[in-house]
Design a protein. Structure first.
Lengths: 345, 345
């Protein structure tokens, strides 16, 4: 599609951000990773409506204009695909073979989902809010032709930063990113940020849809009941130099990003040897609960040859990236430390 | 120092074969991987001698000519560095960051070590034979200035195919490969094939040298006594297409190699999906106890995008490559299945 993205699947279109395009702050829209389970539905932003129903006092049908009139806010969030770095898990789980680029950051403008639910009169017996996209299809092992749908607990649905987004980086949403209206759930993996929102249903029983109970679950294969995937796990990556890159001996600035769905990043460490020495990287941003932190590390690159560089992040709750991501059947939340090979000339 | 090799360390020179240069059968000498613990010793092939001493009736000092006069034989073996694919283990162990190319195959011509030991009158109380190189240096955590040395049990030392090699692929040994005389121990990882052989010592007690007891050992970090690294573990790799390569949709011939130090390769399987389907590859060579087997697999490449390709080998003893190599402190014997990402246009 463009040189910002690496295509993982052509149809439906799935692509990760080329690592050389991942940098500080906002990811340009054409470089934002794309994850779609089904073909993009063709929705007319003039006539498209969102139904709000279920355990609400006043079922609604809202146009995009109706939504906007509820009042919009803008926030910046980092969003990562739950399957990002699936390729690092062994044995490789089923699913799209994401490497490391299914993570991006954008500025979203939209109306809080909570404002819509309040307008509809969310009833006290509601426990979850199901958000359904207009996209649909037949997963190989699914129950037939189904829409993409995920639920949020009421508290997360009512959080003032859970948005029905209408704009991305100051422009109307592109089709691949859910036009004309998508959910944006800060701190959670991307599957929660349902695209092409068509229906919002307040429910009083746990939602058991395919993407809630058969996929986007942690199934560790140990017999324990699987749990739905929710918040992003703490993670970091090196964006410069990249795997296979050659650098001159001398001072090399190693740059990277780190994020967590549990809170801001308070610490990033780097090792350029066998792991005997982990050294502190310098965080360039104040810890942010929603947005990745840029960091840099001064590497005095000496001995010519191949060197293995690694980074690991710690978030404000004390969670640190593990040496290896925890294997699970469908390959979600893969956040293990990943060495990259860099060459000194 | 050529386009056949990827430099892992410039000094001492360590380099792995570029995967695009790994093919069927013999590896051209300039593409054969190089693993040296110390700088190359400058030995004059005219004046160099090998001392044979210890538990022998007749200590000897043999020139290269003396060795050759004992009678040479030629055999082909695959040799793999014990640390090959160390980069695939997590956490990354200390040591050179080998990826997958520290494996090669050559035709060696030399005199059986057993013939030398017989000539010297190996005594029945000898239990091991220590082979020492002329290379030496100070390992960071070692006992001072030491030569590279490893021991073999008497049975392996006396095996008719354990050679003191004088030629590689029909030419005198190059300096990087141990000129003028190196050991070649078929089926064992490369550390056993001591280069620049200077001294052969028959001993009656277990050898406790640094490279026998502090390195080239499996230390699983579980409190059990470490054991010396010996035979190569069963392994396979894909040599075409390579990681990141783009292929046209349609019939793609996936080619690779497989080997084991325990016996010939009897089975290679390939999967091009999430692992639901492992399919048999076609072995192009009869199983050989010493030489890798070439294999190919017909992949009907369909859906455009990224695909994860994996292979796994089974040897004649029934050992099959594991999903993940078993982590050990120094990162030896890393033989887990490794997915590669290939793109269909």
């Amino acid at each position: 599609m463009n040189d910002h993205l690496v295509v993982v699947k052509a149809a439906p279109f799935n692509a990760e951000t080329a690592l050389r395009r991942l940098g500080e702050g906002i990811t340009p829209t054409p470089a934002f990773y794309v994850r779609s389970n089904f073909p993009v539905p063709a929705l007319d932003p003039q006539s498209h409506t969102v139904a709000v129903e279920g355990a609400v006092a006043r079922p609604l049908r809202l146009s995009v204009r109706d939504l906007r009139e509820l009042g919009v806010k803008t926030l910046v969030t980092t969003m990562e695909c739950a399957g990002n770095n699936r390729m690092a898990l062994a044995p490789l789980p089923t699913g799209e073979p994401w490497q490391g680029g299914a993570v991006s950051t954008a500025r979203w403008t939209g109306v809080p989902l909570g404002a819509v639910l309040e307008r509809a009169g969310l009833q006290p017996e509601a426990t979850e809010v199901v958000v359904e996209g207009a996209d649909h299809g037949r997963p190989k092992d699914g129950p037939g032709d189904i829409p993409f749908a995920r639920s949020l607990p009421v508290a997360k649905a009512m959080h003032p930063d859970t948005l029905l987004a209408l704009e991305m980086n100051g422009e109307p949403l592109p089709a691949d990113h859910g036009a004309p209206v998508r959910l944006v759930v800060p701190q959670w993996y991307g599957m929660a940020s349902v695209k092409w929102v068509a229906r919002i249903v307040a429910v009083t029983e746990p939602f058991t849809g395919y993407y809630q109970r058969q996929r986007y679950i942690y199934d560790y294969g140990d017999g324990a009941a699987p749990t739905p995937v929710t918040a992003m796990q703490v993670k970091s990556l090196i964006v410069s130099p990249l795997e296979g890159e050659e650098v001159a001996a001398g001072g090399v600035v190693v740059r990277g990003l780190a994020w967590s769905g549990a809170g801001g990043i308070v610490h990033v460490e780097v090792t350029v040897d066998g792991g005997e020495n982990w050294q502190d990287a310098r965080l360039l941003d104040a810890p942010s609960p929603y947005v990745w932190s840029s960091w840099e590390f001064h590497w005095e690159a000496g001995e010519p040859g191949r060197h293995a560089l690694r980074c690991r992040a710690t978030d404000s709750t004390g969670q640190r990236q593990p040496d290896s991501g925890k294997w699970n059947k469908y390959g979600y939340g893969s956040n293990g430390v990943r060495p990259i090979a860099v060459y000194i000339r």
